[in-house]
Structures are given as C-alpha cells and as structure tokens.
Design a protein around this ligand. Structure first.
Ligand code: CMP
Length: 140
C-alpha cells in the first residue's frame, strides 16, 4: 500500500457549527494523519481559483459565495491510500446519497454546505496542496 497525501477543506457550514474537531476525529479514525492545518478565510479570488475547474457549472457562483461565507480549515492528510481513504470517509458529495457513518451523512446540511472537500486524484491532490501550503508548512 502506498503512503499518499491528500488535501482537505473543512467548509464554512462546519466552522459555523464548531464541529471541526468532530470532523478531524473522523479523519484520524480513518487512519489519516493531519500533517498541515490552518484556519483561513478565503478571498473571492482564492475560491474562484481553487474551484476554477467548475467555472462553467451552474452552481459555480453559489459555491464560491458559500466558500467565502465564513472561515474554513485547510489540511494536508497523509496515510495509506489517503486519497481514496479520505473520499470514503467523506461520503458522497450529496449527503442524501452518503453512506451511514460518513462525514457527509452525519454532518452535511446540503450538496453545497457539505462540510468537507477532498481531492479526487493524485494530480489534483498535488495541485490543491500547493495552492494553500508551502513545503515548510507541511510536517509529516
Ligand atoms: P466539493 O468536493 O468541494 O467540489 C465542488 C463542490 O461543489 C462540491 O463539493 C459541492 O459542495 C458543490 N456543489 C454545489 N452544487 C453542486 C451540484 N449540483 N453538483 C455537484 N457539486 C455541487
């Protein structure tokens, strides 16, 4: 099994409800190690840049507005098969489809306010980590 790194965001709906610890607990229980973490309030430019891949989607503007509606916690997670492991513990994008016990099933409010983001593959993970963290901020 490969030790991988992935990128995670605990979204504004979760910081608002003060459940960042509960969510991090789920990540750690799934075998993921938080090797970098910071609480930030994204600018519109940052959110638009981060989600640029979705800019033609009808939900893009609402997504960006939501992501800058409050602070978020950005994290780098490390572990065996971290990318798929994180996606599994997050659950489906739409909480209505998320398996019981997953973060989104337990905590998400809607498809937009779905508590967490996680990279969807190795290339995305690399790009997303570099978007928010310098090498010196990541302590494995
Ligand atoms: P995330 O993993 O952060 O990546 C893009 C986000 O767009 C996604 O999670 C959802 O929170 C959000 N989103 C809002 N509406 C939709 C939609 N209709 N389909 C997919 N994603 C959506």
């Amino acid at each position: 099994m490969a030790i991988e790194r992935t990128f995670s965001i605990i979204k504004p709906d979760a910081t608002r409800r003060n459940i960042t610890g509960k969510i991090t607990d789920k990540l750690e229980a799934a075998g993921l190690r938080v090797i970098a973490s910071k609480r930030i309030h994204m600018t519109r430019d940052q959110a638009e840049g981060f989600y640029a891949v979705h800019k033609e989607r009808p939900f893009f503007n609402d997504l960006v507005t939501f992501m800058i509606s409050g602070p978020v916690v950005v994290q780098v997670l490390e572990g065996e098969n971290a990318i798929s492991q994180n996606r599994e513990v997050m659950g489906a994008t739409n909480p209505a489809d998320a398996a019981p016990g997953t973060i989104r099933a337990e905590f998400a409010e809607s498809i937009e306010a779905n508590s967490v983001h996680g990279s969807d593959g190795p290339d995305t993970a690399k790009t997303e980590i570099a978007f928010f963290f310098s090498d010196g901020e990541i302590v494995g």
